[in-house]
Design a binder for this molecule. Sequence first.
Ligand SMILES: Cc1cc2nc3c(=O)[nH]c(=O)nc-3n(C[C@H](O)[C@H](O)[C@H](O)COP(=O)(O)OP(=O)(O)OC[C@H]3O[C@@H](n4cnc5c(N)ncnc54)[C@H](O)[C@@H]3O)c2cc1C
Length: 321
Amino acid sequence: MRVAIIGAGVAGLACAERLDSLGATTQLFDKGKRPGGRLSTLVLDDFAWDFGAQYFTVRDPRFADRISRWEAAGHVARWTDGPDGAWIGAPTMASFLAASCADRDVRFGALVQAVHPVEGGWQLSGPGWEESPFDAVVIAVPAEQAATLIGLHDLGMAREAAMVRSAPCWTLMAAFPEPLPGAPDVLRSAGAISWAARNESKPGRPSAECWVIQAGGEWSARNLERDQEGVAQDLLAHLAELIGAPLPEPIFLKAHRWRFAMPQGGNGAPLWNADLKLGACGDWCMAARIEDAWLSGHELADRVVETLGVSATPVKTAEVA
Ligand SMILES: Cc1cc2nc3c(=O)[nH]c(=O)nc-3n(C[C@H](O)[C@H](O)[C@H](O)COP(=O)(O)OP(=O)(O)OC[C@H]3O[C@@H](n4cnc5c(N)ncnc54)[C@H](O)[C@@H]3O)c2cc1C
C-alpha cells in the first residue's frame, strides 16, 4: 500500500510514522525546504529564535510514549524555566521532526497544486511534476490550503476545512547586547503582546539575549497588512511598556507574519473518506496545539489502515528515534 502525504509538519509526519509502523509505504511532499511547518527556528551565528510554536505539553499516553523515545534520543527536552509541563524540540523546535525524516521518503520543495484520481489510485501534481499512482492520499496542510486540494473530490470535507478560521500572529525576533533589566523569562499579557519569551532560557539554545515577542490575535489582525519594520518598532515599544523599563538598543530585529497561525473550529477528529481513500489531518481538525496536530495524524493513519486492510500488526516496532 502506497500512501501520499502532503505536508511534513507534525501532523503529516505523525501519520507517516504510524502508517510505516503498520506496514504501509509512505511518500511525503512539502513545499518548504525543511520539515516542521509552524515549528520554526531562525538560527544566525550565535543567535536563535523559535519564532513559531513556543513549546508543547503532553497529555495523551500515545503522544507521551513517542515523546519519551524522542527524549531518550535527545531530540526533545523539558523547558524547566518555562510554563508548567512545557517541552521543546532540541536544539531547535523541529529537531524531533527532522529526526523522523531521516530514513523516510520526504520530497522538499514540492508544492502540491492538485490531486486527481487516475487508474490505480491517485496522482499528485505540482509545478512541472506529477507522480502516481498512490492507493490513498493524506492532506496534512493548514485548513485554508486543504480546502482547495479537497474541493473537487469531497464537498463535505472541503466545507469542514473552509469553515475553519485561523487567527494570524505577528512575531518579533529581537536580540539585545545585554539582558533586559528586570524581565522574567516569560511574559504573558492580554494587550497588544500576548507572549514574550527569552529564547535562551530554553535548553540547548545559544546564550545571547534573544527575545520572541508574539502579538495577540486581535492586534495581529488589525495590523496584518502593515510593513514589517513598522510592526517591529511598535512591538518593541509595547515590550518596553510591558516590562516597565526602557530597552537597550536592539542589535537585531525582524518581524514575521504568520497569516494562518492558530486555527479555530474543527470537529475534533481527522477527516477520512473511505470510498475515495482521501483524508485530511492537522491541528485545524482538533485544536491549535502540537499534541493535537500529532494525534490527528496518528489517528488518521489508523483509519487509512482499517480501510486498506494492511496488517494491523506493527512491522516496525520502534519508529526512528
Ligand atoms: C506563532 C505560533 C505560535 C504557536 N504556539 C504554539 C505553542 O506554544 N504550543 C503549541 O502546542 N502549538 C503552538 N502553535 C500551533 C502549532 O504550531 C500547530 O498546531 C502545529 O505546528 C500544526 O502542525 P500541522 O502539521 O497541522 O501544520 P503545519 O505545521 O502548518 O504543517 C503543514 C505543512 O504543510 C506544508 N504545505 C502546505 N501547503 C502545501 C502544499 N500545497 N504542498 C506541499 N506542502 C504544503 C507546509 O510547508 C507545512 O510544512 C503555534 C503556532 C504559531 C504559528
